[in-house]
Design a protein around this ligand. Structure first.
Ligand SMILES: [Zn+2]
Length: 383
């Protein structure tokens, strides 16, 4: 008996021409010395996020060099960093990764033919769309189309509850920070869960406004930081235009209609290996009341979550010097409310670490449910 296909060596092929993909192939002819580059955001020179697929890879000891890693936007992000990989886009695990002399080297022998490697668990808009359609079908939610992005994608705005406090929660202004979308995968279903006591409490006290993905164009294009026009949305809140940042324009307009009593902007940080919150402490109107609200939220989250900590984070802004182009600062200054940025790690967290998966989609989802508990608990203290 003969098997004509047996012994014919298929060469590995690498691709990123899919939703949320990002890589440039320099040379893939030798599996032990694959040379790749991360592509910069189209209209802006930011890069760090990569996401690519390798086919015909089973049992091949792949050594992949990302040769331009040393020129990336956040070089300290590569120290102690480990690449995520998945066979199905659902379960992500970490693989050996080493950074030296400006090159990030990923060494892995896949067990299956097709594998995906990414900077953090990929979250394509092809996953986003059905998720939002499904979850927003809940009777708890009203789903509106806020407008369109520059690439013509619909910006989703989801609202729940009818309480007097106005809560706003947004994610993925920076499209490479896919942990924001995994966080939303925990938050949106939990808020719609009729058996979730915190959701019940919150929806009585508040109206909750959610933008599950701010930067759909950047996400689909595989960008790290900017939208189709090369705008960093989280530097566009004060002077925003429909030409350069319609996403921010439209959301800001809606906030002006509703007012804001609570704002959480969900992000990821490349370098710091832990979850942390960022307050708006440098805004001109920062007061003891602002500080007390922030401290209260932070201490409630610290009590509840094994994944939260308050030692690692950004240094405080100089008094009055906060950058009001950043959403968190702009919202705090404009609406005199509790306003925070949440940063989750690309690496593993050193608090409650899990080396197999590092910081992961499941941990993002769980962390979001913990945020919901704290958001409900703090409602009576917001105004
Ligand atoms: Zn960010």
């Amino acid at each position: 008996m003969s098997f004509p296909w047996f012994g014919k060596k298929k060469t590995v092929s690498i691709s990123s021409d899919f939703d949320n993909g990002n890589i440039k192939i320099i040379d893939a002819s030798d599996v032990s010395n694959i040379r790749l580059e991360i592509e910069p955001d189209g209209a802006a020179n930011f890069f760090q996020y990569f996401n690519y697929r390798v086919e015909n890879a089973a049992n091949k000891p792949l050594v992949m060099h990302l040769i331009n890693a040393g020129g990336s936007s956040y070089v300290p992000g590569w120290s102690d960093y480990r690449t995520v990989a998945s066979y199905d886009g659902e379960d992500w695990f970490r693989v050996d990764t080493h950074y030296a002399d400006g090159v990030l080297t990923i060494a892995h022998t896949p067990e299956r033919a097709t594998i995906q490697y990414a900077y953090f668990a990929a979250y394509p808009t092809t996953r986003y769309r059905p998720f939002v359609e499904t979850v927003s079908g809940s009777s708890v939610y009203k789903h509106q189309k806020l407008g369109k992005t520059l690439d013509g994608q619909v910006i989703d705005y989801i609202r729940a509850g009818n309480g007097p406090l106005q809560y706003w929660v947004i994610a993925r202004q920076h499209p490479g920070e896919t942990m924001g979308s995994w966080w939303m995968e925990g938050f949106l279903p939990a808020l719609a869960d009729k058996n979730n006591a915190a959701a019940k409490t919150l929806l009585k006290a508040a109206t909750v406004h959610i933008i599950p993905c701010m930067n759909l164009d950047g996400a689909r294009r595989g960008h790290l930081r900017t939208n189709a026009a090369g705008t960093d949305l989280n530097r566009a809140w004060r002077n925003t235009t429909m030409e350069k940042s319609p996403e921010v324009c439209l959301v800001r307009e809606k906030m002006r209609e509703t007012g804001v009593d609570f704002f959480l902007d969900v992000h990821g940080d490349e370098a710091i290996p832990n979850n942390f919150l960022v307050s708006a402490n440098g805004i001109p109107s920062w007061s003891e009341t602002h500080q007390a609200r922030y401290d209260r939220f932070s201490s409630l989250l610290l009590d509840l979550s094994k994944d939260f900590q308050t030692k690692d984070g950004y240094p405080p802004s100089a008094p009055g010097k906060a950058n009001l182009d950043i959403a968190n600062n702009y919202v705090a200054q404009t609406w005199d409310c509790l306003s925070m940025t949440l940063e989750m790690p690309f690496k593993d967290a050193t608090v409650n670490p899990n080396p197999d998966v590092g910081w992961s989609p499941e941990r993002c989802r769980n962390f979001a449910r913990e945020h919901l508990d704290v958001m409900a608990a703090i409602a009576p203290e917001l105004r």
